[in-house]
Design a protein around this ligand. Structure first.
Ligand code: NAP
Length: 249
């Protein structure tokens, strides 16, 4: 980069699914976007899609000790960090009594602890620069009970809690903190969790009032809205983008 871009975003899990759609929407609309992921092949494809207004970094957010240096590197390279989208996430579908301590902890580490550590490091930069916007990606599991996803449900429900707590502590200092709770969106994650389980898919669709699964772009539109001037007075909320799933019968 020859000069400091006007706004810089980090999107974790930005090389596939919902994260890639958000990174693409941002980079196409003047926000220089750094997409983070582990899989080299997915990152290479994402870099092509993002073009000159974005880049990718291979990093494992579950490696908590590496996060401060990762944030320092991004800040040093691009001069600022205005937006953080905590989108990287993993799921594990297994009956409650069969989930081991390690499996439970692995999901919590990626979906919750890494979100805290990354947010803490980025917030330090945002405070020094006078503000920013953070978006956490929540889930319907924060709104109602789903069987066989105990660790995922715990992590996403906690995401709603840290959204409120962070907004309360940071909003007066210019940092907006919000969540987006997607319903059932067509991605690799739902491909694994739903397509192999037609009964679960029918149940999920049965209560999705709009009648079909969402697209990653549906979430990207809301993320872009949340970082736009139109959302200047929105903080501490979780926006459901779910085709009516959470209120469906
Ligand atoms: P996805 O395509 O599987 O995306 C997950 C992304 O997270 C991948 O790009 C993956 O990249 C990245 N990731 C996972 N662990 C990581 C780690 N330790 N370090 C760095 N990157 C990591 O699934 P998705 O549906 O788009 O999910 C995105 C988010 O939306 C997740 O938080 C998920 O819980 C949430 N969500 C999805 C739905 C839905 O219906 N699809 C509904 C509600 C919530 P690598 O493979 O390169 O590691």
């Amino acid at each position: 980069m020859s000069s400091t871009p006007s706004r810089v975003a980090i999107v974790t899990g930005g090389a596939s699914g919902i994260g890639l759609a958000i990174a693409t929407k941002f980079s196409q609309n003047g926000i220089f976007t750094v997409a983070i992921g582990r899989d080299e092949a997915k990152l290479a494809k994402a870099k092509e899609i993002l073009g000159s207004n974005g880049t990718t970094i291979q990093a494992d957010v579950a490696d908590l000790a590496s996060i401060p240096a990762l944030v320092e590197k991004i800040h040093a390279n691009y001069g600022r960090i205005d937006i953080l989208v905590n989108n990287a996430g993993i799921n594990q579908k297994k009956p409650f009594t069969e989930v081991t301590d390690e499996e439970f902890q692995r999901v919590i580490n990626t979906n919750l602890t890494a979100v805290f550590v990354l947010s803490r490091e980025v917030v330090k930069k945002m405070l020094a620069q006078g503000g920013g916007s953070i978006i956490h990606i929540s889930s319907m599991t924060a709104y109602y009970g789903l069987p066989k996803v105990i660790a995922y449900s715990a992590s996403k429900t906690a995401i709603e809690g840290i959204t409120r707590a962070m907004a309360t502590e940071l909003s007066a200092q210019g940092i907006q903190v919000n969540a987006i709770a997607p319903g059932f969106i067509v991605t690799d994650m739902t491909d694994k969790a739903l397509n192999a389980d037609p009964e679960r898919k029918a149940k999920a669709m049965g209560r999705t009032s709009i009648g079909y699964m969402g697209k990653p772009e549906d979430i990207a539109e809301t993320a872009y809205f949340l970082v736009s001037p139109a959302a200047a007075y929105i903080t501490g909320t979780s926006i459901r983008v779910d085709g009516g799933n959470a209120v469906g019968f």
